[in-house]
Write a protein that binds this ligand. Structure first.
Ligand SMILES: Cc1cc2nc3c(=O)[nH]c(=O)nc-3n(C[C@H](O)[C@H](O)[C@H](O)COP(=O)(O)OP(=O)(O)OC[C@H]3O[C@@H](n4cnc5c(N)ncnc54)[C@H](O)[C@@H]3O)c2cc1C
Length: 400
């Protein structure tokens, strides 16, 4: 059997790609490999669960375009297939005057990206939305929402595996070898070879390793950044109604520790962004010699860490100190106490890093011969997943 497409990775990007391929090529034989025993085991299942509006991203960038399109598609999909979600809106709050200039920049960016309904709000108006927040001004973003991303992936999986020509789903199947060929490629998992005409790699935290396996020359490396969450205890849940974000630090690609109401009713605070010693490690002390050696033998990691020593050290300390974490949260909600938060889960972000320590901001998807590689799909790639899948289908058509 020669498959038309093999997709590697059972996160939201891989599964959206399989879904979009099936819509475009209903008769195609597709196989999807996931190394874990379940889907969404990594970034997709460890994220904040936010449907991003798209207001932060550089106009014209892949992030801006795919987030906007992906959000609309995602919400329509969630409505059609009853995936738990809620378009509850969010506020971005400036907690001191020095943040106002950057806040204005974000607002203007949002206008350029045509984000529906965004409005500047005064501190009094913020109080109407979030009574416990102390801020000087903010932006209200009504089209931001929350969703259960693993449920999205499971729904996509159900649709493609129950199709007339079903996608073959291979769990517990780590792709560890690729043999290139003229007519087809052979990929190996669990010692077995599978022939496929086109390969689409959506490996998230393993994207650079999969590129290497497929003989793609990549100057950058994936460097993992862990994000820890705390949860509001039952007694404090009334202090957050929707989603509350700070004005992000413009020097870093992360949005800053925020408050997120989840679809299950929990309220999470986080994530921070700490260099991780393990790509797929979900505790504060997780360590992998291979991953650490890989990251620390790379010039880009040192350039990034040394160039931001103060920030990196502060993030590291905050990763271990509830008191410091609380202090950050109190900038937005001063009445929070130590008893109001308890340790939650963690996630690890894949960030493509250049040799000079520069984080690659935009999504990056490349193709060569018969392979497509999703090399950088950080946030908001969960929101944008369906649009990324669509983009990949267009690339496939260009390749034909
Ligand atoms: C803490 C955190 C918070 C975030 N918050 C948000 C948010 O609120 N909203 C948002 O839009 N985005 C958010 N993101 C980003 C978003 O989660 C990711 O951009 C998105 O999930 C990427 O999906 P993916 O499919 O590329 O990667 P993943 O979900 O990591 O999936 C990749 C899959 O490939 C598999 N794989 C890897 N190598 C192999 C191999 N050799 N063989 C077989 N399978 C393999 C892995 O096991 C994995 O399941 C957040 C991310 C994190 C970490």
């Amino acid at each position: 059997m020669i498959y038309d497409f093999a997709v590697i990775g059972g996160g939201i990007v891989g599964m959206s790609t399989a879904y979009k391929l099936k819509l475009k090529f209903p008769e195609a034989n597709i196989i999807l490999f996931e190394k874990e025993q379940e889907l969404s085991a990594h970034q997709t299942g460890h994220n904040s669960g936010v449907i991003h509006s798209g207001l932060y991203y550089t106009p014209g960038s892949l992030k801006a375009e795919n987030c906007f399109e992906g959000r609309h598609e995602l919400v329509a999909f969630a409505k059609k297939y009853n995936v738990p979600h809620d378009i509850c809106g969010k506020v971005i709050v400036a907690t001191n005057e020095s943040e106002l200039q950057h806040m204005d920049r974000i607002f203007n960016n949002g206008l350029q990206n045509k984000i529906e309904g965004i409005a500047k709000v005064t501190k009094e108006e913020i109080k109407d939305i979030e009574p416990f927040v102390e801020a000087v001004a903010g932006i209200h973003v009504p089209c931001t929402g929350i969703i259960d991303y693993p449920a999205v992936v499971n729904t996509l999986a159900k649709l493609v595996t129950e199709d007339t020509v079903p996608v073959e789903l291979k769990l517990n199947s780590k792709v560890d070898r690729v043999e290139k060929g003229e007519e087809y490629n052979t990929i190996y998992a669990n010692g077995e070879g599978y022939k496929a005409k086109k390969l689409i790699f959506c490996g998230g935290l393993q994207a650079d390793r999969l590129a290497k396996l497929d003989e793609v020359k990549l100057k950058e490396k994936v460097v993992p950044f862990r994000g820890d969450y705390y949860e509001l205890t039952e007694q404090a849940k009334h202090k957050v109604q929707h989603l509350i974000y700070p004005v992000p630090n413009p020097d870093f690609p992360f949005l800053g520790v925020h408050f997120t109401r989840m679809t299950n009713g929990d309220i999470e605070c986080g994530p921070n962004a700490v260099f991780s010693f393990k790509r797929e490690g979900y505790s504060r002390t997780a360590f992998s010699l291979k991953d650490t050696a890989n990251a620390l033998s790379y010039k880009g990691t040192w350039k990034l860490l040394c160039g931001n020593m103060g920030y990196a050290w502060m993030e590291y300390r905050r990763g271990f100190s509830k008191k410091l974490f609380l202090k950050t949260l109190q900038r937005m909600i001063p009445s929070l106490t130590m008893d109001d938060i308890e340790k939650g889960r963690s996630g690890v972000r894949a960030q493509l890093l250049g040799l000079n320590g520069e984080t690659r901001d935009d999504f990056r998807i490349e193709y060569s011969q018969n392979s497509i590689h999703v090399l950088n799909a950080p946030s908001p790639a969960a929101t944008a997943g369906l649009a990324i899948g669509e983009k990949i289908v267009k690339m496939v058509q260009e390749m034909v």
